[in-house]
Design a protein around this ligand. Sequence first.
Ligand code: GLN
Length: 192
Amino acid sequence: MKSNVVVGILALQGAFAEHGQMLDKLHVEHFEIRQKRDLDRKFDALILPGGESTVMGKLLCELDLMEPLREKIQSEMPVFGTCAGLILLAKEIEGENPYLGTMNIRVKRNAYGRQLGSFHTENVLKGIGAIPMTFIRAPYIEEVLEGAEALAEVDGKIVAARQGKQLVTAFHPELDEDTRVHEYFLSMVGLK
Ligand code: GLN
């Protein structure tokens, strides 16, 4: 895949490097967003990685990144949130206050309990087909609210969703070899 699209990857904490490696495989230009002045660069899409949503949320506030990123997403910049990134985008988080709150989903953090803290499975993602899914202390989506659509379920729990140009997965496609979820996201960015 060739393009002149540039993707900004939030790189405050967590599994951001792996998203960069995925984009390298797809020959898509990317850079890391670590502070406010990084937002001065021109970019077409945003990735919010997995990690710890509470830590990332705190850093987003402290570094004055919360509001500018929210504005970009609200003005339809395509965004892909994995795991903690999904939590950052959710409008409702069970028992907690939202962070960016741009996506109409209600989520539950650390939803699989201790026994199933991490697991790997394969399941269908609508629009792609069967894909590998790696979960690490993952949330799940309890409910997709107005305008959001569930794209995948595992054991009756929603684990991927889309609303306009916002895409979220409770699992980590960047940790598997399969590049199709990233390609799906890039197709939302309007890659020819
Ligand atoms: N449990 C983490 C959180 O609540 C998410 C885990 C992950 O991103 N792998 O933020």
